[in-house]
Ligand binder design. Sequence first.
Ligand code: AMP
Length: 114
Amino acid sequence: MGDTIFSKIIRREIPADIVYEDDDVLAFRDINGQAPTHILFIPRKAVATLNDLDEADALLIGKLVLAATAYAKSQGFAEKGYRCVINCNEDGGQSVYHLHLHLLAGRRLSWPPG
Ligand code: AMP
């Protein structure tokens, strides 16, 4: 997998508005937010897409989801609601090939997505 802009954020080579980090996960505000709250949760491990996860990553993907839900609770919008999205490859709308979970909140989100 090639280097991505998110790898550069992990290495602090480019700035990001980081809101959470631990040994496995980093979270920062999306530069082009689509909701009042739009945070990207990424694993420090370089995984390109959902398709590249395997059994050994079960704990990692769980930590990614739990980091997002913990953030939602800590910010007080968990009860009202939010959306978590992971886009995969071209038809899924993925543009950065470092796995990331979008956490969107702060407005009523429509369904189905575009
Ligand atoms: P996706 O289309 O699912 O791959 O999402 C990639 C997301 O990364 C988009 O929502 C972009 O706005 C966001 N993004 C791209 N570059 C940056 C950056 N330097 N800092 C924060 N978010 C970014």
